[in-house]
Design a binder for this molecule. Structure first.
Ligand SMILES: [Zn+2]
Length: 407
């Protein structure tokens, strides 16, 4: 029997589509009601409520994947060191490890370093960003530095010898090396030329963040008027001894146009700081960030950084540079921040996911993600809420199951 080619084509399309279609069930993070999410060709094609989950013995929540705007490295891979260890394989490894804790999109973050190292690592990240194996998880890059305060305390753990004033020509070299993929930059607004620099970055569509700075109220407000939109890790990148009236915290809290990212790992901020920051900024203007480094997801112990300095990771997960008595980024993933902020502030799961997925997607113009809705990327997480962390059961990126607990 001969089959008409048109019929054969229709059968093949049908077969293809049925293979590409996936259905995922869970309790919707917004309502805690059971839903089924239908996925086809990497996108959400339908979400509808159902009477009950097929497996009621282990109810899991379903939410859009987490979006982390500050990932210096992960699981032994660093995006900013000069040591020559950043490779395409390393970027893939870090991404796969992040999927395991529910991060489906992140901004690799390059901290203060030499021009050569920054250009080299940006170029490698740019060449790898669109690799199919990453499924679009690298949405762009975050430059934290080198244009930050040189003053101890405000500078944090950034090496002083590489800290410098804003240099537009140098920045354009970074921008070109990144394939124009620098999504955001953190800088100190009080530095010479910083306000003009903020204006130029904003004109390029780059989200400007202020951080590691000691700007006055006037300078902070001027930075915002010229385009700065967020404070990077509010309450950190700040000296221990400050004037109780004149310090960067109050004006950053007082300026309603300024969002704030906060690190909720249990070491960077005290619970009462998180509680106050959240009361002031609320779920619409807060972003949960991790500031994780390459030491995250490694066993506790002593390590060496790129400068040969000793870095200490305690079993509780505190990461520090003991010689300077400063924290050295974090070892706790953003998922932990989500669980902790709910406990500390009493905010809902819906608000916590808004602050760790929806808000960063909006801030960086990632309009295809950050919510569960028809037509969006099928970046989904299925999880339970544990005592101090989310317990990830499954992670889907672009509709593909990339992590399953116990597999
Ligand atoms: Zn920092």
């Amino acid at each position: 029997m001969k089959i008409h080619p048109l019929i054969l084509m229709i059968v093949m399309i049908f077969a293809n589509n049925s293979i590409a279609q996936t259905k995922v069930e869970g309790l919707l993070y917004l309502t805690k009601k059971p839903v089924v999410v239908e996925i086809k060709n990497g996108k959400i094609v339908n979400i509808h409520q159902i009477a009950k989950l097929s497996d009621q013995s282990h109810p899991v929540y379903i939410a859009p994947g987490l979006i982390d705007n500050q990932v210096n490295g992960f699981a032994g891979v660093s995006f900013c060191f000069a040591g020559g260890e950043l490779t395409k394989e390393g970027i893939l490894k870090a991404t796969q490890e992040l999927w395991k804790i529910g991060v489906t999109t992140y901004l690799p973050t390059l901290t203060t370093n030499t021009r050569e190292v920054m250009i080299r690592n940006l170029a490698l990240l740019a060449a790898t960003k669109n690799d199919e194996a990453l499924h679009g998880s690298v949405a762009g890059f975050h430059l934290e530095g080198p244009y930050i305060s040189p003053v101890d305390g405000y500078r944090g753990a950034h090496p002083l010898k590489y800290v410098r004033k804003p240099d537009w020509n140098e920045f354009l070299e970074f921008y070109e090396a990144s394939g124009k993929n620098i999504k955001t930059i953190t800088l100190a607004p009080e530095l010479d030329g910083a306000i003009e620099f903020i204006r130029k970055c904003t004109a390029l569509g780059i989200t400007v963040a202020i951080g590691h700075h000691n700007g006055s109220k006037e300078i902070i407000d001027e930075a915002v008027l010229n385009g700065a939109r967020i404070v990077t890790h509010l309450g950190n990148g700040c000296a221990n001894m400050i004037n109780r009236h004149l310090n960067p915290l109050w004006p950053q809290l007082a300026n309603d146009k300024l969002m704030a990212s906060i690190i909720c790992d249990g070491f960077h901020l005290r619970d009462e700081e998180i509680a106050v920051f959240y009361k002031v900024k609320g779920p619409d203007k807060t972003i949960i960030t991790s500031d994780v480094t390459s030491f995250a997801a490694l066993p506790p112990g002593e390590y060496k950084n790129d400068e040969g300095e000793t870095i200490e990771l305690t079993k509780e997960g505190r990461l520090s540079l003991p010689a300077q008595n400063v924290l050295y980024g974090s070892a706790s993933p953003i998922s932990r921040g989500v669980a902790r902020i709910m406990k500390i502030t009493g905010c809902t799961l819906s608000e916590a996911i808004q602050m760790s997925s929806t808000n960063p997607a909006k801030l960086y113009g990632l309009n295809d993600r950050g919510v569960l809705a028809k037509g969006k990327r099928a970046d989904l997480i299925l999880f339970e809420i544990g005592d101090s962390d989310l317990v990830m059961k499954k992670t889907y990126v672009e509709g593909k199951l990339v992590y399953e607990e116990g597999e």
